[in-house]
Write a protein that binds this ligand. Structure first.
Ligand SMILES: COC(=O)C(/C=C/C1=C(C)CCCC1(C)C)=C/O[C@H]1C=C(C)C(=O)O1
Ligand SMILES: O=C(O)CCC(=O)C(=O)O
Ligand SMILES: [Fe+2]
Length: 359
């Protein structure tokens, strides 16, 4: 099973945001109201149409230009959208349909799969560890998928009837996509194509569905707190026709990501930042809400096996680029990640070392 906190945590009362929206549409409980600094502000003028788009079908043909574009997207943005990604459009539609149906079930049905306080799997709010912590305007449902040791079969929903099977099929396809992308990311870095597959062992994979109901005061709340992902790569599917909600921090400004129809958003996670010694960065991101419209995201996390020891690869360390991160096992990092609240890039401080005399 995935690492969980060893002592019980008191998270206080967590309102279910869909129920709030249904029964008290104009009420925002205090725990959701962010401090002035944290509140969503009008976003940067920089256009998300600048966010690079990568064509996987070109990568698969060995197109050098596309590999260079991918390398530049990873280095400059840490985020890109991928088209011709190989996941059938009807599968994207099916998983979205199943997820929406799940979130639309009565609360008591969803609560059969309740996320225990301080854990990250099941239905509820993850990364809440104290009764004083601000809450996100979001309902989440998350499952560990691979390996079997992180699966909790009791949390795989029986309703909707096709939900669990669709998650299995979708996760296989998302896994292939991550494996393909890592191959071309390696080539773009001048490494052997199988270097990450070998380095990561049997990769850990998890899926999280985030449902953001409309909110009467989107200016006061966050859909999802700023964070970087603790994975190697993350694949994010945004609901078809949904409003913009994902924002990424670029040059200290929040840039909205305008979804491209049928594309998937990919981002570099903390693992890639560590192994490349900071050449590729895991970029901080968050989600905001809307007054009238809801939003869904379906997120796949692909990360090294828990028993894998990681650190910067020697290819990225020299006199001009001293080693910035210590070695650690991904299991240790995972435990650290899931037992701390989402707080920008703070989680990665776990691995940071002083750059003096350290190569
Ligand atoms: C915001 O990031 C996450 O929610 C997250 C969680 C992943 C997990 C589950 C939803 C259930 C099984 C355990 C696991 C921690 C994989 C991100 O995933 C990243 C973070 C770490 C660490 C990791 O291995 O993947
Ligand atoms: O909903 C989104 O767009 C962001 C989701 C996300 O960053 C996550 O689940 O880690
Ligand atoms: Fe994320």
């Amino acid at each position: 099973m995935a690492p969980v906190p060893s002592s019980p945590v008191n998270v206080g009362h967590i309102d279910d945001v869909q129920e709030l929206r249904k029964f008290k549409p104009n009420t925002i409980p205090e725990r959701f109201i962010r401090g002035v600094q944290e509140r969503p502000t009008p976003t940067a003028l920089i256009s998300s149409s600048d966010l690079p788009t990568i064509d996987l079908s070109k990568l698969l043909k060995g197109n050098r230009d596309e590999i260079l574009q991918l390398a530049s997207a990873c280095e400059e943005w840490g985020f890109f959208q991928v088209i011709n990604h190989g996941i059938a459009l009807n599968l994207l539609e099916s998983i979205e349909g199943e997820a929406m149906e799940f979130f639309g079930l009565p609360l008591e049905e969803k609560q059969k799969y309740r996320m225990a306080p301080g854990t990250v799997q099941g239905y509820g709010q993850a990364f809440v560890f104290s009764e004083h912590q601000k809450l996100d305007w979001c309902n989440m449902f998350a499952l560990g998928v691979i390996p079997d040791s992180i699966r909790n079969p009791l949390l795989w929903p029986k309703k909707p009837t096709n939900f669990s099977n669709t998650v299995e099929i979708y996760s296989k396809e998302a896994r292939k996509l991550c494996q393909n992308l890592l191959k071309y990311i390696a080539l773009g870095l001048g490494l052997n194509e199988d270097v990450f597959e070998k380095a990561f062992g049997v990769a850990v994979q998890a899926i999280r569905m985030n449902y953001y109901p409309p909110c009467s005061r989107p200016d006061l709340v966050l859909g999802l707190s700023p964070h970087s992902d603790g994975s190697a790569l993350t694949v994010l599917q945004q609901g078809k026709g949904n409003s913009v909600g994902l924002q990424i921090l670029k040059d200290d400004k929040w840039v909205p990501v305008q979804p491209l129809p049928n594309a998937l958003v990919i981002n570099i996670g903390d693992t890639m930042e560590v192994v490349t010694n900071g050449r590729y960065k895991s970029v901080e991101h968050r989600a905001v809400t809307h007054k009238q419209t809801d939003r869904l995201s379906i997120v796949t996390f692909y990360a090294p096996s828990y028993d894998i020891e990681l650190g910067p690869m020697p290819e990225f360390v020299d006199k001009n680029n001293p080693c910035k991160y210590r070695r650690y096992s991904h299991g240790e990092y995972s435990k650290h990640y899931v037992t701390n609240k989402l707080q920008g890039k703070k989680t990665l401080e776990f691995a940071k070392i002083s750059t003096k005399n350290s190569y």
